[in-house]
Design a protein around this ligand. Structure first.
Ligand code: CA
Length: 756
């Protein structure tokens, strides 16, 4: 098959060349320009068939306006002398206006746009681009340094435009990576094509506004867009819960691959969209999801989902309930839709009539669910049914030996044998349910540009050299100067004093070199470590004391840089002791700045004692914009004693539902006399405000005030199980924005007084 396709394509290409090439050569001029002034004067005289070529090198602070009137046979082109050798840096962007324009070969890096967009298919509200193409362009980490300054990388306006074979990687500030805009009549029914692009890693934003691709907005969602999104590769697009948000009618989202991307492809608004031949590989990564269906006449056909761990609105397949007579920005009822021949392999959740509540009470109607294959090795039933599903017609679906299927009709439970075929997908023998054998997922190497490498996995700790460090004054400081990313500073037993703040802009491990360590670190400034862009830290087997710290309030062992930060960081502490942070008041273990974000903070088998502040102070986003400071906070097998503040003060305000986190776990740990300091505003041992997933399991609370859990939005999953409370206040759980009874599971806890 592929060979035949290739031959046909070659014939087509050869045929096109015969027609176009002679036409191009007639009177067409090529201009090589080396500076911005030449560019501007040259663009003004370009005629159909001409091309303007940017000299290789770095072009700084270059706002490129590419305006012209080409023709279908003779487009006007803007390109690089050598593709990939023209870097657009600093305060730069590109706007296209006119028709039949083609841009290629540029790399946007080391800067950000001064406007709201990096590549815009318009010059102004009135001057748009039509029949134009941006191809083989790279935008790499071209993010505004202020994390919550909103901008976008590609905005498509006009009609019949194409964005293809491009590479978008590392957007870290707020704002959708790419969007199709329909805000004027001239941009509706646009027939844009977005294909063969590499949508590279986008890390968790920690707020709404981290979508990768949006087509339309709710406002114009009853207009048709006719946008085609095909053969793109979405690699770890983790920004928020929507990877693609289709918000307009008659789009086609076909033949794309989603690799380990947290979130879903959502038909959020608009009707008549086709979602076909897409492949999702979750590999069990938290919150990897598939397809979420809302609205009328949608088709979800021949899609393959494997290893998707997501739940609730982020499940492998989600069919929503709607709002009766829904306002345009809420949820329209699912009607007349088709879900057929999809394969859901080893995926956790399929949700039907999801979101059912007093407002979302309109159940799916006249919708079919046919010939789908649902295969789970563990034979679990992935369905959750939240409301009446009699409006869904089930037929010919096959599951792998599920006992007591929740939906009996239209499913056959068979003892299936699943095998991986040459196309990399799993098929069950003895059934034709599920995706076609012809489905051929596009590979990473087939998308984006050939001349720009795709990023490998994010480097972790302990992959580099080991640097031996002896005790003394500033020996760590000096060792750190020679260390590279992922190196380990191996500390010999003894006392270390650090006279300056250790700035971390790489991943560094500080590790005791002996098995039963006596490594003691003291520091003379307001912080021992400051995490900056690119910094991550792991502490292993060390004792840190605040004895030598300045006698002033507000010290910290670790802090983030004072201004906002684009890079997410990691902080791991194991087998360590943190003691005597008590030279003055409000001495925290970790203090963070607004606009900073930890992917994970893990404390394992460690002891914290005599601290006048909080252990983890993660409460800087108090504006209630739905922003927060850390995704996963995990504390296991640890001991906290005589802490005046709370061990965690975790704040995620607002009522927006676009994030999966924050997550909090505390297990097998002891808290003794924690949280009674007069400056502890929360009056709690732990404050969890708006945390989405909480597990407090198997701990001992001795002489502590309450654990305060404030639920803000959605359906937070809170479990407080198997803890012992001794002379300790209980758990206080409040629902801030709903009149629902609280949804927490609080069970198997014991409560007693030491006098009992
Ligand atoms: Ca969103």
């Amino acid at each position: 098959m592929p060979n035949t396709t290739l031959i046909i394509k070659l014939v087509q290409v050869a045929f096109l060349c015969c027609i176009i090439l002679p036409a191009c050569s007639v009177g067409a001029k090529e201009y090589l320009v080396g500076n911005q002034a030449d560019y501007v004067s040259t663009v003004a005289k370009l005629e159909a068939g001409d091309s303007i070529v940017l000299k290789n090198g770095v072009w700084t602070d270059f706002e490129i306006l590419f305006e012209g009137q080409g023709t279908a046979e003779q487009p006007i082109t803007l390109t690089a002398q050598t593709p990939g050798q023209v870097e657009i840096s600093g305060q730069s962007n590109l706007s296209l206006a006119g028709k039949y324009l083609v841009v290629s070969g540029l790399v946007f890096k080391n800067g950000y746009t001064p406007t709201s967009t990096v590549i815009s298919f318009r010059k102004s509200k009135e001057k748009l681009a039509y029949h134009s193409r941006v191809t083989e362009v790279v935008i790499d980490n071209f993010s505004n340094p202020e994390r919550f300054e909103n901008d976008s990388w590609v905005m498509m306006y006009g009609k019949h435009n194409r964005f293809d074979h491009s590479h978008l990687e590392g957007k870290s500030n707020k704002g959708v990576t790419m969007a199709v805009r329909m805000n004027t009549e001239e941009s509706r029914e646009n027939y844009h094509r977005i294909d063969h692009n590499y949508f590279g890693p986008r890390r968790i934003l920690g707020s709404n506004g981290g979508e990768t691709l949006r087509i339309g907005t709710s406002h114009y969602s009853l207009s048709d867009s006719f946008t085609v999104v095909e053969n793109n590769y979405f690699d770890r697009c983790d920004g928020e819960l929507e990877i693609i948000s289709s918000k307009s009618g008659k789009n086609k989202i076909i033949d794309n691959v989603f690799f380990e991307s947290r979130g879903t492809l959502t038909m959020r608004h608009g009707n008549d969209t086709l979602v076909e031949n897409n492949v999702f590989f979750g590999n069990g990564v938290d919150h990897t999801g598939g397809i979420r269906l809302i609205n009328k006449r949608q088709t979800v056909r021949n899609n393959y989902m494997e290893g998707l761990a997501g739940y609730r609105f982020g499940g492998a397949l989600v069919v929503m309930n709607g709002v009766p007579d829904s306002p345009i920005n809420r949820y329209h009822q699912v009607e007349d839709s088709v879900i057929e021949n999809n394969s859901l392999i080893n995926s956790e959740h399929i949700q039907l009539a999801a979101g059912s509540d007093l407002e979302r009470s309109a159940v799916p109607v006249r919708t079919s669910f046919k010939n789908n294959l649902i295969f789970n090795h563990d034979k679990h039933d992935p369905f959750t049914v939240y409301d009446d599903i009699s409006g869904i017609d089930f037929e010919g679906n096959v599951v792998n030996e599920v006992k007591d299927l929740k939906i009996a009709q239209g499913f056959e439970s068979l003892a299936l044998n699943a095998q991986r075929a040459d196309n990399g997908l799993m098929y069950a023998t003895s059934t034709t349910a599920g995706v076609s054998k012809q489905l051929n997922p596009i590979e990473k190497a087939q998308v984006g540009v050939k001349w720009y490498a795709k990023p490998a996995a994010i480097p972790t700790f302990d992959q580099g050299r080991t640097i031996l460090v002896e005790p003394g004054l500033d020996t760590i400081t000096n060792a750190l100067k020679t260390a590279s990313n992922s190196d380990v500073l191996s500390l010999a037993d003894g006392s270390y004093t650090v006279s300056r703040v250790l700035v971390l802009d790489k991943s560094i491990t500080l590790k005791a070199s002996s098995k039963s360590p006596k490594v003691i670190l003291a520091f003379e400034r307001g912080a021992l470590f400051e995490i900056q862009e690119g910094g991550n830290i792991k502490l292993s087997g060390v004792t840190i004391t605040g004895k030598e710290s300045p006698d002033s309030s507000g010290n910290s062992v670790i802090r983030t840089q004072r201004r906002s930060m684009l890079s997410n960081y990691e902080l791991l502490i194991e087998n360590s002791e943190i003691v005597d942070l008590d030279i003055n008041h409000s001495f925290n273990f970790l203090s963070v700045a607004k606009g900073t974000f930890a992917d994970r903070i893990e404390i394992t088998n460690s002891r914290f004692k005599n601290i006048t502040g909080a252990v983890l102070s993660l409460d800087k986003e108090s504006d209630d914009y739905g922003i927060y400071n850390a995704e996963y906070v995990t504390i296991r097998d640890s001991h906290f004693e005589s802490i005046e503040g709370d061990i965690v003060d975790f704040y995620r305000g607002g009522t927006d539902e676009s994030t999966f986190g924050p997550h909090f776990e505390l297990s097998n740990s002891t808290l003794k006399k924690v949280g009674y300091g007069k400056r502890n505003k929360s009056k709690s041992s732990i404050l969890l405000h708006g945390v989405q997933v909480t597990n407090v399991v198997g701990n001992k609370f001795v002489n502590t005030p309450e654990i305060t859990v404030l639920h803000t939005v959605g359906e937070p999953v809170t479990k407080i199980i198997g803890n012992a409370f001794i002379d300790a206040n209980k758990v206080v759980i409040s629902e801030l924005n709903s009149d629902k009874k609280d949804t927490a599971t609080v069970s198997d806890n014991t409560y007693k007084s030491s006098e009992d």
